[in-house]
Design a protein around this ligand. Sequence first.
Ligand code: GLP
Length: 277
Amino acid sequence: MSHFARDVIPLANMGVLILPDAQAVSLAAAEAIEAIIREATATRGRAVLGLATGSTPEGAYARLVERHSAGELSFRDVTTYNLDEYYPISPADPRSYRTYMHRHLLGRVDIAPNRAHLLDGSVPESAIAEHCAAFEGWIASDGGLDLQLLGIGRNGHIGFNEPCGLSVDEARRLRTRLVELHPVTRADAVRDFGSAEAVIPTALTLGVATILAARSIVILATGSHKAGAVAAALTGPITAEVPASLLQSVAPRVTWILDRSAASALPGLPAAWPPIN
Ligand code: GLP
């Protein structure tokens, strides 16, 4: 929370920053990421970031690229691990998260190619478990994640950890693995795949346990279509049916950055929050 200068309000012991619009969310997210890079590289000589895809973080990545192009920010000492990837998918497929990350950030900053890691949608089926375990091993050998950046699905998913009937304890122990996508997630993916039939229905995702272990977690949401999931995750019970609610169990390490629309179903906020300065 020290990465945010202002206006962070506590909710379920988590920090919540509510901003006027999506652009302000992107700027605040980029500021937080930059602060974490600076702090971690100053104290440990490197920063290890868990990154997310989707439309929500695009603006934050654009801002980080701008900072890099202006000579203000280097990724020389940064290592990244991405949250998820469709499976099976070719790394060169324009719809792969590998392509997304290359286009929005990794191909536009000075990160070393062997420090930018994504789950590989082209490993043979027989090697999935080994690949997922190796990915977690790389994160551990890098000293764990300084930051996990997250978006949230309309169904409350984080990464591709989808709503499910597991107990909270079981859900909190989920590791990196192959998953089936929830119908709401598949419906939302039509935007990227063009038709329902074309959506790849399975994916690899970092596990809940790995996400919750990050030293700092920043979760972004913009738009009224996220308001229900945001309210359930922040103010509802901790349940595997709303995977983002599991963040409540590591509350002091979590900051939500929301625009007014995504925050609109939160109970008890002043009608005109955030205050106009
Ligand atoms: C995808 C990703 C998630 C992301 C979510 C929200 O399913 N796997 O990591 O947070 O969608 O996407 P968007 O930001 O486009 O709403």
